[in-house]
Design a protein around this ligand. Structure first.
Ligand SMILES: [Ca+2]
Ligand SMILES: [Ca+2]
Ligand SMILES: [Ca+2]
Length: 403
């Protein structure tokens, strides 16, 4: 059995180096294992008797990371009127993977426009589902060594919004409430492509202009620039900003001395993903993070999309925590109860006011019916500033779900 507990790759350079979880060569993505019980998924009970959810990984009890954050409570019986667009800043992703093809943010003007024409006049030609800021192209597919192979961004997008009830694979917390925008800002994972700060600024501007309300960074970097700082400040800090959004930033867990950017920004609208292993413990080697909205989310023994169109991969690392958290927040924020809240209102009233102060009460596998965002008290998320998993470390306390 592979030991899958805590891991993320980390690399800081003197230039901005985007670092993604290195994994491409570690294991070949295969199609059917999500449907077979996997022994690392033992924190929570195995089988899930849930006739309303047909995804085999969920039914096989392999989605501990969904139950751990009570992700099923972010699901909905009815289509969400206002899904939350989650911009996935990564190495691109495979739009045609079975977990993603119905979960994409779409630029309607381009989708119904003319090829070769910038139909919405936003400066990007044929940007239907996002943009490749590395090669300045509408083709957001992973490239280079990731061509037709596993890509980090594909896995991340699936953990944000992997489609529920498609008779396949996983069911992500953001399945019903999140739509993913593909922003390719770095090359294939493991290559730590040096990124141009100006490129990141352009990608940030694009994301917010096109309506992304959550920006997910399963990447971190060591050096920034004034322009990049200013762009993040406008999005994630300034009160009343017209481009206000929530940034979800990974806190690395490979012993890096600092969390890196964007987690290092002390901005009001940044939520940091703290990696929790499937032993219910804080991932060893997790970097120190500034106080603020630091929320624990699963990092290890996580299954997500692999090679297109229908393969899957088992992965580990704080990248996973970030994407899971981004999808969870989108799933909750998009519910009718909260959809009209501003980013600041949502963070103060829901994330800080409720999610970060409660502990898990649900008996795994016995979730409440879909309640469009409530009760959030079931979410096993960590209190602000508490960088331990203590509130979740009660395996004997899998109490009955409250009425
Ligand atoms: Ca356009
Ligand atoms: Ca066009
Ligand atoms: Ca699925």
């Amino acid at each position: 059995m592979r030991q899958l507990r805590h891991y993320t790759a980390g690399l800081f350079g003197t230039a901005i180096c985007l670092t993604l979880v290195a994994s491409a060569a570690a294991a070949q993505a295969i199609a059917d294992f999500p449907c077979q019980p996997i022994t690392c998924s033992t924190l929570l009970p195995a089988a899930v008797a849930d006739p309303q959810t047909n995804d085999c990984a969920y039914r096989a009890g392999n989605l501990w990371w969904v139950d751990y954050v009570a992700g099923s409570l972010a699901w909905s019986d009815r289509p969400r009127a206002h899904p939350v667009t989650v911009a996935v800043f990564d190495d691109g992703f495979w739009l045609d993977h079975e977990e993603l093809r119905n979960q994409l943010w779409t630029n309607d003007a381009e989708a119904h426009g003319k090829a070769g024409v910038d139909d919405d006049g936003n400066g990007y030609v044929d940007d239907v589902h996002g943009w490749d800021f590395v090669d300045n192209s509408a083709d957001v597919a992973p490239k280079g060594a990731c061509r037709n192979r596993f890509s980090h961004g594909t896995l991340m997008a699936s953990l944000v919004a992997g489609e529920r009830n498609n008779h396949a694979g996983i069911a992500a917390p953001g399945s019903d409430g999140a739509r993913v925008m593909a922003l390719r800002i770095t090359g294939c994972d493991g290559t730590a492509t040096k990124a141009d700060p100006a490129r990141l600024v352009r990608a940030l501007e694009y994301a917010t202009r096109m309506g992304a309300r959550i920006l997910s960074f399963s990447a971190h970097w060591g050096v920034t620039s004034e322009e990049l700082d200013a762009a993040f400040r406008e999005i994630a800090d300034r009160p009343g900003s017209p481009v206000a959004a929530i940034v979800v930033a990974s806190v690395p867990n490979k012993g890096e001395p600092t969390a890196g950017y964007p987690a290092a920004y002390d901005f009001r609208r940044i939520v940091r993903a703290i990696p929790i292993g499937n032993d219910d413990e804080l991932s060893p080697g997790t970097s120190p993070a500034p106080p603020g909205l630091n929320l624990g989310a699963p990092s290890a023994c996580v299954i997500g999309a692999g090679e297109p169109p229908s393969k899957y991969k088992l992965e580990q690392g704080s990248s996973n925590s970030t994407a899971i958290l981004a999808g969870l927040l989108a799933g909750i924020w998009s519910s009718p109860r909260y959809a009209k809240l501003s980013p600041d209102e949502f963070l103060a009233g829901v994330v800080q006011g409720r999610m970060s102060k409660t502990e898990r009460h649900s008996k795994p596998g016995s979730r409440s019916p879909y309640l469009d965002g409530v009760p959030l008290a079931d979410a096993c998320l960590l209190a602000t500033g508490r960088r331990s998993a203590s509130v979740c470390r009660q395996p004997e306390a899998h109490r009955e779900a409250r009425p």
